[in-house]
Ligand binder design. Structure first.
Ligand code: UD2
Ligand code: MN
Length: 516
């Protein structure tokens, strides 16, 4: 195996996936391909065909390409944690770091094996990396610890002034490192992510992309959000400047070693996966730091649709526990909002958080309300009349997103009291809002769509009559009605008659902040 990969490494310059092109698997191998896909939840067959040092397109904005950087940039250790990662993706990450980082800036690479089971990740890995021209250290967790504690281990054995974390299925493009170090060097309290490009989980094609910022959904999952006008204007059209971002995706970032300590590293009480990215983002902002995306640094990452590994204790338990810890420590009175959206989180056993609360006091961090006002105003509605289910009096059914995303119809389903897809807020801006989507009606008679909220009233403006219990769509002067006709699974729009079918109970918020 090792010998073959060395050969591939140096001979395959016109080979599969070169230049970031897609790898197409021949029909005859499709069955095998599908089987292999399950191992890592990406196209392992395609990945294994691609050279470990393949070429990639230069997707940076033009102005980045001849940028001059100071010659006293700090040196970085690159820390990569992995659990049961594929050989080809892990080593392609390593080679891309070595090949595309100025040697003077790269202190070492630290690989943290989070108790992987595959044999090739043991001795063969140690032997392979010992021959590389940059010091690569492999450290191993004694037992499965999750990415958070694995990163803490990696950080503790590393020595560079800056620590740069990467996932184990990344590819760094030309000039990726300098923009990160150039921000962290002079600004110790600035934590910087690269622009993260998509490596297809299917074809391993490398797709450069415009920068988006980090946000989070009401159920506390990281998501990508468009860059607000204000942040665009601050940059005056200069595409090379770093962006300030409310949150980071979590896997790829550079941080000054001393600042990492000072700011409280990670919450070591978090297990396996999830939540640490938002926790660190809130902590950085609330405790006086800055979180940025360096527009000139582009690193690809294989985004997967599912996790290939186990979550000891259960996936949903782990994620709720981690989220609960961050809510309890950082979100003050806003935690009720998140408990309404995720009632399961409000019930989970989340362990002891005393030391994290002490950290927050010691660092004299600002309240979450400050974060919402200053850093991420669009995160959650801060003034609303109701938050919870929207129940029809006639049918006793509830509005339900049915897990659909933007530009789809809103649905109707049996009320389940489990939050999530049945959580809507009637806001002070008179929207019926679920996450970043608003109920929107473009013409008389419907349909009722979920469209990204635009804050311009229009088709997204609703009056609620708390006596008649009707939801009146202002632009069409029609009322939200139960499901009718062929379409039993979506509400309809009808002229207002104040029948039971047009009566809706809005679940009052614990703290109603506006009156109608
Ligand atoms: C994203 C982040 C990831 C992390 C996660 C939330 C990016 C591109 N990725 O998920 O870094 O912040 O959100 O927690 O921003 N791993 C272990 N032990 C485990 C589980 C995972 O070492 O028990 C490794 C895994 O092999 C990988 C890294 O941790 O190298 C991140 O895991 P992932 O790739 O499954 O997470 P991802 O990209 O879905
Ligand atoms: Mn990943």
């Amino acid at each position: 195996m090792l010998d073959i990969s060395f050969v591939l490494l140096y001979l395959n310059k016109d080979g599969p996936g070169e230049g970031g092109t897609p790898v197409i698997i021949p029909k005859k191998d499709e069955k095998k391909m599908k089987e292999m896909f399950k191992i890592n939840e990406f196209n392992l067959m395609a990945s294994d065909m691609i050279a470990l040092n393949r070429t990639l397109p230069d997707v940076r904005p033009e102005g980045c390409k001849n940028m001059i950087y100071p010659n006293d940039l700090p040196r970085t250790s690159v820390v990569i944690v992995f659990h049961n990662e594929a050989w080809s993706t892990l080593l392609r990450t390593v080679h891309s770091v070595i090949d595309r980082s100025p040697r003077a800036l790269l202190e070492e690479i630290v690989l943290v094996d989070d108790a992987s089971q595959m044999d090739f990740l043991k001795l063969p890995l140690d032997e392979y990396v010992s021959k590389l021209e940059v010091p690569v250290r492999v450290v191993r967790m004694e037992q499965r610890s999750g990415l958070i504690r694995a990163r803490l281990k990696g950080a503790s054995v590393s020595t560079g002034q800056v620590i740069t974390f990467l996932d184990a299925h990344c590819e760094c493009t030309t000039g990726w490192l300098e923009p990160l170090l150039a921000r962290v060097g002079p600004n110790k309290r600035t934590v910087v992510s690269p622009a993260i490009d998509v490596i297809s989980d299917d074809t391993f094609a490398y797709a450069g992309s415009d920068v988006q910022l980090g946000g989070f959904s009401w159920n506390l999952h990281f998501n990508w959000v468009p860059i607000p006008k204000k942040e665009m204007e601050r940059r005056k059209g200069d595409l090379t400047l770093p962006f300030r971002t409310p949150t980071m995706a979590g896997g790829l970032f550079s941080i000054d070693r001393d600042y990492f300590q000072e700011i409280g590293t990670y919450d070591a009480g978090m297990d396996i996966w999830g939540g640490e990215n938002l926790e660190m983002s809130f902590r950085i902002w609330q405790c006086g730091g800055t979180l940025e995306i360096a527009a000139c640094s582009h690193v690809g990452h294989v985004f997967r649709k599912a996790a290939p590994y186990t979550f000891p204790g259960g996936r949903s338990h782990v994620i709720h526990k981690n989220s609960r810890r961050l809510v309890e420590v950082w979100m003050d009175e806003f935690k009720d909002f998140f408990f309404t959206v995720s009632p399961e989180m409000a019930r989970v056993d989340y362990g002891n958080i005393t030391s994290r609360l002490a950290l927050r006091r010691k660092l004299q961090c600002k309240p979450f309300s400050w974060y919402l006002e200053t850093v991420y105003p669009d995160a959650i509605p801060r003034h609303y009349y109701s938050l919870g289910e929207v129940r029809n009096v006639d049918t006793d059914k509830c509005l339900d997103t049915r897990g659909r995303k933007a530009n789809k119809k809103v649905g109707i389903a049996n009320c389940h009291g489990q939050g999530g897809n049945q959580i809507f807020s009637y806001t002070a801006d008179k929207e019926i809002k679920t996450d970043s989507l608003c109920l929107d009606v473009a013409k008389r008679g419907g349909p009722v769509m979920m469209i990204t909220c635009h804050l311009e009233k229009g088709n997204q403006m609703w009056d609620y009559d708390p006596e008649k219990l009707s939801l009146i769509h202002v632009a069409t002067n029609q009322c939200l009605d139960k499901a009718r006709g062929k379409n039993r699974k979506a509400p309809s729009m009808r002229d207002c008659r104040h029948s039971y079918s047009q009566q809706w109970l809005l679940h009052n918020a614990t703290l109603p902040e506006i009156s109608l």
